[in-house]
Design a protein around this ligand. Structure first.
Ligand SMILES: Nc1ncnc2c1ncn2[C@@H]1O[C@H](COP(=O)(O)OP(=O)(O)OP(=O)(O)O)[C@@H](O)[C@H]1O
Ligand SMILES: [Mg+2]
Length: 415
């Protein structure tokens, strides 16, 4: 991450955001100017059907080829070549959560020192590391050693209940630090590193995609913000829960738009490509009444299954009231049934919502640090790569003291 702070290459202010999705590779070439990123080129290429499964790379060489094409398209439009990239990681095996540790100080009158802060951060990280890693290993059947940290970030720092950015020099009884950590199996992370390597790109950072999406609306400026972010792609649905302006956790399950296409193809005896076309026509309201009815019936059971997936995922966050705002992105969410299903009352009644949640699509203009010069980023599927670029800009900004300590603790743990 330290690398990244400087955007340290010859073309220092240029970078690539690479979203390797199950269905599409999306590549954005952007330049850093002031505190904003300007998208200069966009590339989008469909993956071969067998190269990815549920957000995970299953054929590295195949994915590299598709990435190359997407990157070429983006760099040609930008008339620039890029050397450094931020890559998103997604899929059901990526898991993120915020660990908060409260720490009582022996001597509240004493000012908080660097050494004290360092110990607190290391302590939080050790706890988080052990806990999440064993949980992920248990859930996925991987051995603990085979699970690695993807990214870590400070969610909030409080002294006696007050939010501060830099705790150094403050007095107080209690320090509270929340750190978000995302973990993934090593095979999965390693695949992304290999891809970047073979593409000849300097890998600045790998980021958990739902974390990036949640951060994209500018949480730093919104201490009271609460929402549920749902990124429904082709192979996975990624969920992030934000409360009090902090990302509390991210979870994913392996069900996305591809499932509907598969079902249509099976039941109507069509090829995957034909079924995909039909689904999109359906979704845009371009089919005649009879066909529309047929497709609606075919996809209804899978929409139910998908909604149960959302419900089950949110159960994990249901110890407190759930945010009553749902923000959607990802191409799969364009199917009209998705929003409709979320607006239904039955599943809502089974979860601790204070009121029925509102549901809407995230708009590309809402990604705070990113300006699109290409005018091509319009749909829900464009949000994820934009969010990655947005996170890169955030990371390029100045590091706070606590963030610096966190980077050090992370490096130590990775060794
Ligand atoms: N208008 C539309 N109506 C319905 N579905 C759509 C529409 N446009 C795109 N999709 C679906 O969105 C999915 C692709 O979305 P997206 O590009 O966000 O996925 P991805 O990022 O490649 O996958 P993942 O995030 O799961 O790895 C496909 O299943 C596609 O059929
Ligand atoms: Mg995606």
């Amino acid at each position: 991450m330290a690398l990244f702070r400087l955007f340290n290459s010859k073309k220092a202010n240029l970078a690539l955001a690479l979203d390797i999705g199950t269905e599409f590779v999306k590549a954005l070439v952007f330049r850093l100017e002031g505190e904003k990123g300007y998208v200069m080129g966009v590339g989008r290429k469909r993956q071969r059907l067998s190269d990815m499964q549920g957000g995970m790379v299953t054929d590295i060489q195949g994915v590299i080829k598709t990435c190359e094409e997407a990157i070429l398209e983006a760099s040609q439009e930008a008339s620039q070549e890029v050397e450094q990239t931020i890559v998103g990681i997604a899929g059901e095996l990526v898991k993120g959560s915020t660990t908060t540790v409260r720490y009582r100080r022996d001597n509240p009158k004493e000012k908080i020192s660097f050494k004290e802060l360092k110990e607190i951060v290391e302590n939080v990280q050790e706890k988080a590391f052990g806990k999440i890693r064993s949980q992920l290993a248990w859930e996925t059947g991987y051995r603990e050693l085979d699970v690695r940290l993807v990214n870590a970030a400070i969610v909030d720092v409080k002294i006696d209940g007050f939010k501060v950015t830099n705790p150094l020099g403050f007095q107080g009884k209690e320090v509270e630090i929340g750190i978000f950590n995302a973990f993934a199996p090593i095979v999965h992370l390693g695949a992304l590193e290999t891809i970047a390597d073979e593409l000849g790109l300097d890998l600045l950072s790998i980021a958990a995609e739902p974390y990036a999406v949640a951060r994209s609306v500018g949480l730093e400026e919104k201490p009271d913000f609460a929402a549920i972010f749902i990124d429904m792609g082709g192979g996975t649905t990624d969920i992030a829960v934000v409360r009090n302006g902090g990302v509390e956790g991210t979870k994913m399950f392996a069900l996305g738009g591809r499932a509907f296409t598969r079902r249509i193809s099976e039941l109507l005896g069509l090829s995957f490509e034909e079924a995909e076309r039909l689904k999109i026509e359906y979704s845009r309201g371009r089919l005649d009444a009879e066909m529309r009815q047929k497709i609606a019936e075919i996809i209804a059971p899978d929409v139910e299954v998908w909604l149960s997936g959302v419900e089950l995922t949110l159960t994990d966050f249901a110890l407190d009231l759930l945010p009553s705002k749902i923000l959607l992105c990802g191409g799969g969410s364009e199917l009209p049934e998705i929003k409709k299903a979320l607006l239904g009352s039955e599943w809502v009644a089974r979860l601790p919502f204070a009121k029925p949640p509102s549901v809407r699509f995230l708009k590309p203009e809402e990604v705070v640090n990113i300006k699109d010069e290409t005018k091509k980023l319009k749909g829900p599927a464009d949000i994820t790569p934009m969010a990655l670029a947005n996170l890169a800009i955030d990371l390029a900004g100045e590091e706070t003291v606590v963030e610096g300590l966190l980077s050090k603790a992370v490096r130590a743990l990775r060794r």
